[in-house]
Design a protein around this ligand. Structure first.
Ligand SMILES: Nc1ncnc2c1ncn2[C@@H]1O[C@H](COP(=O)(O)OS(=O)(=O)O)[C@@H](OP(=O)(O)O)[C@H]1O
Ligand SMILES: Nc1ncnc2c1ncn2[C@@H]1O[C@H](COP(=O)(O)OP(=O)(O)O)[C@@H](O)[C@H]1O
Length: 201
């Protein structure tokens, strides 16, 4: 950190912005294997929240890799940097009073914990999108597992690189056994209390 750089407090605060929107800013961090259902669930959840007039934004790992992260690959260091940038972008969105969904494989516990540590406890919600590798490979929505098995794609999560399961996530949705609607409902129920201001008596 350059010692000649100083943090500027803004005149309009996060709390002011949250009051304007009538809900709090949160970060919902979806982690899981490729094809587990992160994007599908995050999209369906975002639609539900939008209908309830909650301001959201979805940072999808794939999409962010088109732009700000287009210089990163899938080595351990690059994934760490990918998560660090997603975290910093997510922080800006939370500060703007928005409910930000991050959908990224984020396979390593240390990187996910580093993300968590950048937020207050009540702001960060880790959602493990659990799905067996066999089921993900059967779905193979982008044909990537096939390429990983032939060696065309290297360092592929679950095939040639590790995925460390979350130890104590706030939410686990098991997409091998539960429906999309059920997963969205489960997340909606969990975030209710974190989303809204407590009513004055
Ligand atoms: N080697 C390798 N391993 C895993 N995934 C790969 C790889 N190469 C390309 N892809 C595609 O990139 C998407 C994962 O990007 P993420 O930013 O979520 O990855 S990470 O969080 O940095 O691990 C991932 O998206 P999802 O399938 O939506 O998870 C893939 O489409
Ligand atoms: N119960 C379920 N929940 C979420 N997705 C499911 C479920 N059952 C099947 N799918 C399918 O699995 C695929 C998941 O793909 P995607 O959402 O892109 O995963 P990820 O973002 O984790 O790579 C989609 O084609 C989706 O329709």
């Amino acid at each position: 950190m350059n010692k000649n750089i100083k943090w500027h407090q803004t005149a309009v605060t996060k709390h002011d912005r949250e009051l304007l929107k009538n809900h709090k800013g949160l970060i919902l961090w979806f982690t899981g294997l490729s094809g587990s259902g992160k994007s599908t669930i995050a999209n369906a959840l975002e639609k539900k929240l939008y209908e309830k007039k909650i301001h959201t934004y979805l940072l999808d790992g794939d999409n962010i890799r088109y732009g700000i992260n287009n210089n990163l690959g899938f080595s351990l260091e690059d994934r760490k940097e990918n998560i660090r940038r997603l975290t910093e972008i997510g922080k800006l969105f939370v500060d703007a009073g928005i409910v930000v969904c991050v959908a990224s494989i984020s396979p390593f516990k240390d990187d996910r914990d580093a993300a968590r540590n950048k937020f207050k406890d009540e702001q960060f919600i880790e959602i493990y999108v659990k799905c067996s590798i066999e089921e993900c490979e059967k779905r193979d929505p982008k044909g990537l597992y096939k390429k990983a098995r032939t060696g065309e794609i290297k360092e592929f999560t679950g095939v040639s690189q590790q995925y460390e399961e979350p130890v104590n996530p706030e939410i686990i949705v098991d997409t091998t056994n539960q429906s999309l609607e059920n997963s969205v409902e489960q997340i909606m129920l969990f975030i209710q209390k974190r989303l809204h201001f407590r009513k004055e008596r």
